[in-house]
Design a protein around this ligand. Structure first.
Ligand code: 5GP
Length: 192
């Protein structure tokens, strides 16, 4: 007999849409204040940061440019491959990296170095989520939304096997095996 799991046994709500949006508005205000009339370039990390960037950058009330970058990280060596590069010249610009979540910090460390090597005048990071306890690389996060625990998170840009990025809220997966067997149980979360 196959038992049908319910949502609560597979995942638990970590952040509601309203909490995410009100924190994002605050972060947008801080970025507006710090980059007012400095023509920053926001470099949005694909794919997880897209929902966050779309909401955040509409709360930034100064002229800016937006570009995208895709990276693959290979294990814990800190080695990364570029899957999509920016097209905006970054020399002498104020670059703000937009990240969904910083975990070990290895990706962000490489990214900051890349931006500085391209001659950016300043590099800072805005990250919605910070798994601070898992940090391996010492990297600053100038603008941080929420500190979160060690759980595997999905929703609001974060995926499980490419799915659930479109959720408006953020969930922690309680049982990855159960999710594997019965991914459909997330339907209620997907429907919002
Ligand atoms: P780091 O180099 O900081 O270890 O890796 C950061 C990347 O790992 C994030 O951009 C994200 O793609 C992925 N990541 C870290 N924690 C989570 C998580 O809880 N859920 C998901 N879906 N991805 C995560």
């Amino acid at each position: 007999m196959i038992l049908v799991a319910d949502l609560e046994t597979v995942a638990t709500l970590v952040l509601e849409e309203a909490d995410i949006q009100s924190r994002i508005a605050e972060m947008g205000d801080a970025l507006t204040r710090d980059f007012y009339q400095r023509d920053p370039v926001f470099v949005v990390m694909l794919s997880g940061s897209v929902p966050f960037a779309a909401d955040l950058l509409r709360c930034v009330k100064t002229t800016c440019e937006i570009d995208f970058m895709g990276l693959n990280r290979f294990g814990e060596s800190g080695r990364v491959g570029v899957t999509l590069d920016t097209s905006t010249p970054l020399f002498d610009r104020h670059v703000v990296i937009v990240e969904d979540i910083v975990d070990t910090g290895l990706t962000l460390k490489v990214l900051r170095t890349m931006m500085l090597d391209r001659g950016a005048q300043s590099v800072s990071t805005v990250a919605l989520l910070d798994k601070h306890r898992r940090r391996m690389a010492d990297v600053p996060i100038e603008y941080r939304g929420f500190e979160v625990g060690d759980e595997f998170l999905v929703g609001y840009g974060l995926d499980w096997k490419g799915k659930f990025r479109n959720l408006r809220s953020l969930w922690a997966v309680l049982d990855l095996d159960l999710l594997e067997q019965q991914a459909g149980v997330m339907g209620r979360a997907v429907a919002g």
